[in-house]
Design a protein around this ligand. Structure first.
Ligand code: GLY
Length: 390
């Protein structure tokens, strides 16, 4: 163990001093992931998935938590990079934990849960046994679509949030990937149409003239009119909550890749053009771009990792060569920071997560400056994109 720690620290020092290549950075981080994620599995009960840490100890979630798909998804990514058969078995086991979740859309999060687990299992192995839950979940998600609004509802109405009638959050752009994947699998056009309509409605109502976005838009379910634009996890209603901006960037980039509709490429390019100049030097956003306490406030590594993954994809898709180059350079800068000792945890620490310093819900006072399962997932995805494996 002591020897491994010394090796890891030596690798970090070497990386910092001699300008590590992309390939060696990927290898280094995936080797760490292989060890950390295998160790993490030994701490999980039959129906438990990793969520975050408290005092460096692992906190788990039930399969119904919105983040439950990211651990199996990360295991699939580690398998894709390493070909390790033990990790494949863990990916299978942890994916199966989520089967019930693919059958009923309690919220829009069925998209995150299913696409990261079953979706990656299908895309990475090509084994047809993984396809049906993807199609089932997409059909379940469509039951949340209201044509009067032109969007799927994110959260159910609840006495805890009496102010909203039909809340749609920017995060929901991410769930459209499930619909587009299922459309490819079963050919049902309505899945694609619902995804495209949702993306168009969101572009129209969530975005400000400067291409930052609100977190929540609440609609009147009877006629689709906008009732309210506000935040749930951001600094203020009119601020740019960092992870929300990353979800938007990723969502429109993905929707262009999947649909070929040029309006989505334009939207993604405009979002990237708005966010990149607002990043701090090392590329990792503060948890909210408009927190007046910056620089004396928290970074959100998850927002940085999601953004890096999206920017690499956008740099591949954009025909604007200047912007594509800027996206590529920014993503590299972000990954260099995330893969440095400032963010990447030493082996055996951090509840076996990779990244430190994410923020889940600052106004709610939960998950502040901690590891989060999705920060790791998007870091691994971005590294796979960097090395051309995705
Ligand atoms: N989807 C919830 C979040 O990004 O925190």
């Amino acid at each position: 163990m002591r020897f491994r720690c010394i090796t890891f620290i030596a690798a970090l020092i070497l990386a910092a001093s001699c300008g590590e290549s992309d390939e060696s950075m990927c290898t280094r981080v995936f080797n760490l992931a292989l060890t950390q994620y295998k160790a993490m599995d030994t701490l999980l009960g039959e129906s438990e998935l990793p969520r975050t840490t408290e005092n460096d100890s692992l906190i788990t979630s039930k399969p119904s938590w919105w983040c439950a798909g990211f651990y199996p998804g990360s295991l699939w990514y580690i398998y894709l990079q390493t070909g390790d058969t033990e990790v494949k078995a863990l990916a299978e086991k942890n994916t199966h934990k989520l089967y019930q979740e693919t059958q009923k859309a309690r919220s829009h999060d069925i998209g995150f849960v299913t696409n990261c687990s079953y979706g990656n299992a299908w895309r990475i192995t090509g084994d047809t046994c993984w396809r049906k839950p993807v199609i089932d979940a997409a059909r379940a998600l469509c039951s949340r679509f209201n044509p009067a609004v032109g969007a799927t509802m994110s959260w159910n109405t609840s006495p805890k949030r009496p102010q909203w009638k039909y809340p749609v959050i920017i995060d929901n752009m991410m769930n459209l990937e499930l619909l587009m994947e299922a459309h490819k699998l079963c050919g049902t056009d309505s899945l694609r149409e619902i995804a495209i309509t949702h993306a168009r409605t969101t572009a129209k109502n969530h975005f400000r003239p400067d291409f930052t976005c609100w977190h929540v838009v609440d609609y009147d379910p009877d006629n689709g009119s906008v009732r309210m634009k506000c935040t749930h996890q951001g600094y203020s209603d009119d601020s740019a909550w960092a992870r929300g901006q990353s979800w938007g960037l990723y969502g429109y980039t993905m929707m262009y890749r999947e649909s070929g509709e040029p309006e989505f490429l334009k939207q993604a390019e405009s979002i990237a053009g708005a966010l990149i100049p607002r990043l701090p030097e090392d590329g990792i956003p503060y948890w909210d771009y408009d927190d007046p306490a910056a620089p004396s406030t928290y970074r959100d590594a998850s927002a940085g990792a999601i953004m890096a993954s999206a920017l690499l994809e956008l740099s591949r898709l954009s025909t604007d060569t200047v912007l594509a180059d800027l996206c590529q350079k920014t993503a590299r800068r972000q990954l260099k920071t995330l893969c440095s000792a400032d963010y990447l945890a030493p082996e055996g620490s951090n509840g076996h997560f990779l990244l430190r310093h994410s923020v889940g819900n600052m106004p709610g006072g939960s998950e502040v400056d901690v590891p989060l399962t999705y920060a790791d997932y998007y870091l691994l995805e971005a590294l796979l994109r960097l090395s051309g494996k995705l």
